[in-house]
Design a protein around this ligand. Sequence first.
Ligand code: ZN
Length: 392
Amino acid sequence: MYLLISDEFLAALRALPGDQGDLWGSGSDRGSVVRMVEPTRPPEAVRLGRWVPQAALAEDCGKDLAAGRLVLVVDGEQPRCFVVERDKSLKPQPFEQVKLYTDYHARVEGLFDPTHLPEKRVVIVGLGSGGSAIASELARAGVGHFDLVDFDRLSVPNLARHICGLSDLGRLKVDAMADFLRNASPVAEVRTHDMNVTTDPDRLQEIISGADLVIGATDSEDAKSILNRVAWRLKIPAVYAAAYDLGFGGDVFLALPPDGACYECFHRSTGDMFSPPDKVTLDYGKTISQPALGLDVRFISLIAARVALAHLLEGDPTSRLNGYSTNWVLWGNWPQNGWIFNQPLMSDFIQIDSDALCPVCHPDAYSQAYLGISKEEAAEEVKNLLDSLPSF
Ligand SMILES: [Zn+2]
């Protein structure tokens, strides 16, 4: 048996009332690998034996346990583990002692302060092939808190591109991804929201409120538009990712309120930017559900995760993940007639300026320009109109 015991698991046992109790953990490969590492009992945990004080070893400790069960002594300087033999004697069981949290972050040391990200909260709207990969990368980098928003379930066509697999078929994507993230990172705390943001913007506002970052990875342009309005109003930065037809390329846009361009500004300005001669449709978002290789979508997801991380780490003087100098990153998987890249695997960086007449980030100027009245006057007129309607 290869046994792993974490410092965090031992600390959790020592904090329990009493001096002994059930020992639980999880195993793999017909019991040849056994883990006692998570400080809170995971759903799949099974009873493995008993934890006891040092003094209990002199008694008939383990006599009532079946052969193969474990006895863990936790109150000495060094924890000790024993396995119950057929004759009820205790045979020392070697184990590897690990530090779950600090060892998990060991691979990012030197890149940034690993204590920075566990405090951050990210809301991800859309947990398809793009959003699931972004969530996975952020969790593995050490982001501590996630709110996952989606109403869709994992279907067979999803499997070729999604982070989750066959055993998750039919599950809500938010639930499948919550389990995935908890399994990927010991510090990930995940809340799930089975909802359509286009029909419940008030609830979306509650979820987003107080977040450090939101990510729009949904395949609905309407959802992205509502996300933009809500996030901008709350002054919460947002990353929007999109893949294009057949995965030939994609882009990532970062909206930084209150001074930058919002997603509406981005949409207005890039709508004029592309008019390819062969009429390639740059239908943001929708194309993710069209045929595309998972790996081509993954490139764009990785860039989105990278942009998100750089933003989350702003203010960390040790961070080497500098932010980008522009708010829009374009990525080309392969050349496409009429597009900007003539070689595969190319990127470009473009700054999108705020639109002075944008209805989302400059509502006053928009109202004045298009309605000839202020935002407040427009709101008052709408209210008066509604009041004048007969009630039914
Ligand atoms: Zn705007």
